[in-house]
Design a protein. Structure first.
Length: 353
């Protein structure tokens, strides 16, 4: 894929005076909204669970960070591009390039009747759909705007955002995200037993807030500090945040170990065919996680940080045992190399080890 697939072009022109200077605050706001759009879409492509606004995994930031490559002042004319220099296998699109393609597709689809179904196919999570639309709405001019705004994603030329199409975005925002069944794993903590019955789960993706029925209070309290799997309905609350609602005792399952189903190696997200099981302990406000089979250790102030530390350990092992020359490895090292490829190698696991 070429350089053009990583580009976004933004043009802001005064309606009343040619080359009239554009407010730096306006330009900065639009840059941030474009950055958020690409972050949200890559977050969805990685299939990460919903989190609090602005809390993106490192893999999303590495794949989706935008930098300014060109800028003409006066009426603003800017080019932004992905800072990610990675290429995908078999000349396909990287997640960052896919995000730019999807964002450009939304602009082209905004005047079509099937935009809702198209958007659901491109961005799976309803909350992220809403966030992407809100960011576009913040960029899109209305009839009273002092500026014309033109946007181009990837190879396409920058085209005007028609103010008459802005109402389509508002209509899409009026559709509330559907409630969906969800399962999360982590450490149960911060329980409230008053009328606002809630607790938090510290998961590898971040904190998840859970609400529980009154008859589940004893079950919740007895699991404080333990590893659990929580099953329930993920719903959008009036505060604009998602919560997981529990209705019966089967919604809480005790766990002896934490299953890890995804790792990040050099910014590449790898879904494991079989999860690796982690021992987890919590001491002195720190999580300590380990897996003896692969000699892995990680620690952090929360599970997300500990998993990121573990990912770095996996990356180091990968460099030392998989990318090293075979002649440099002992038989024990060759055995570990094979285990690493089978566990973390993705497509490489199907090739000769």
């Amino acid at each position: 894929m070429g350089y053009e697939n990583k580009l976004i072009r933004l043009i802001i022109e005064s309606k009343v005076e040619k080359d009239k200077p554009v407010s730096a605050i306006l330009i900065a706001d639009m840059f941030q909204r474009l950055q958020n759009i690409i972050y949200y879409i890559v977050d969805d492509l990685e299939e990460n669970p919903p989190r609090r606004a602005g809390d993106f995994p490192n893999s999303v930031k590495e794949r989706a960070e935008l930098v300014v490559s060109e800028m003409r002042i006066g009426s603003a004319d800017a080019k932004l591009m992905l800072s990610d220099s990675q290429s995908s296998l078999f000349d396909g699109e990287t997640f960052g390039e896919k995000a730019i393609s999807i964002a450009g597709g939304l602009i082209r689809k905004v005047s079509e009747e099937n935009i809702d179904s198209w958007l659901s196919a491109m961005i799976k999570n309803r909350l992220r759909q809403e966030r992407v639309i809100r960011e576009f709405e913040g960029i899109w001019p209305d009839a009273q705007s002092e500026y014309n705004v033109l946007l181009g994603f990837g190879r396409r030329e920058a085209t005007p955002l028609n103010p008459s199409n802005r109402h389509v975005l508002r209509k899409l925002l009026q559709k509330h995200p559907e409630n969906v069944e969800k399962s999360v794993t982590g450490r149960l903590m911060e329980v409230r037993v008053d009328q606002r019955r809630s607790f938090q789960i510290d998961t590898p993706e971040g904190l998840v807030t859970c609400l529980y029925a009154a008859d589940l209070e004893n079950k919740v309290v007895e699991n404080i500090g333990r590893l659990v799997r929580i099953k329930g309905i993920m719903a959008l609350g009036s505060n604009g945040k998602y919560t997981l609602r529990l209705d019966n005792e089967n919604s809480i399952e005790d766990l002896n170990m934490l299953p890890l189903s995804r790792v990040i190696i050099r910014g590449r997200s790898v879904d494991l065919e079989e999860p690796i099981m982690l021992d987890v302990s919590y001491e002195n406000d720190l999580y300590w996680i380990s897996n003896d089979k692969f000699h892995l250790r990680g620690f952090g102030s929360n599970l997300k940080a500990a998993i990121e530390d573990l990912d770095e350990e996996i990356e180091t092992l990968w460099e030392d045992y998989v990318e090293a020359g075979l002649e440099e490895l002992s038989q024990d090292a060759l055995d570990l190399r094979k285990k690493l490829i089978l566990a973390f190698g993705g497509e490489k696991a199907n090739a000769n080890a």
